[in-house]
Design a protein around this ligand. Sequence first.
Ligand code: IPE
Ligand code: IPE
Ligand code: MG
Length: 245
Amino acid sequence: MIMSNFKNDMPKHLAIIMDGNGRWAEKKGKNRIQGHSHGVKAVQEVVEEAVQLKIEHLTLYAFSTENWSRPQEEIGVLMKLLVSTLKSEFEKLLKNRIKLNVIGNLHQLPKIVQKELHYVVEKTQNNNEMTLTLALSYGGREELANALKQLAIKVKNNIISPEKIDQFIINKHLYTQNLPDVDLLIRTSGEKRISNFLLWQIAYAELYFTKVLWPDFTKKHLHKALTNYQKRERRFGKTSKQLLG
Ligand code: IPE
Ligand code: IPE
Ligand code: MG
């Protein structure tokens, strides 16, 4: 897919806000739950394709801190779906040498979900083909608050001096401390907002919005987003001329 006239290589870190499961179901006269199970199919396809395309880091927004306000029944189904998917996809993660990583306020998740996540994270920790990060019970503001709290404790205990605090140190206290900045952020379903996802990490990400609802999202749509990304000029504050030089 990488062609010589493209300005950019593949994104090193691709993040996706997988949105539109509920509307997909509604359109088909199904219940929201069925929308979420079809969303899992899209996850499988995108993960496999990302490995094929040698994308190093893929981060999927699966459940936000705000999603805890949804009806209990829907939350319950999402948690069950998460556990069953982790179980059914486990062998594939091993086969494709994918390392599972999780970010978010994980303590809030049901114990069974935590247990399954720990198991898969541990068993895949030495895989190095791709890092698949699931954002679960994740909120960007919560992540930042958590990082600031850790830093305040370190200052209080004289482990770090306040003058030393800079963006690199803050970065090292985020859930994403081992991940590079996001290069491309895709959001499906037509909404054009960030919804508290990776606020710090998308500072210079390219944003791509598509009307496609998540359960309909295929590798064809992924290719379209990537081609669009590859054509963009990422200036990082510089001028076009500087980039050419
Ligand atoms: C995304 O789809 C999945 C989660 C947030 C868990 P939605 O469930 O938000 O679907 P819509 O936005 O209602 O269509
Ligand atoms: C964002 O989608 C969260 C996930 C995709 C997990 P939402 O559907 O919850 O976002 P809003 O509420 O429409 O912004
Ligand atoms: Mg939504």
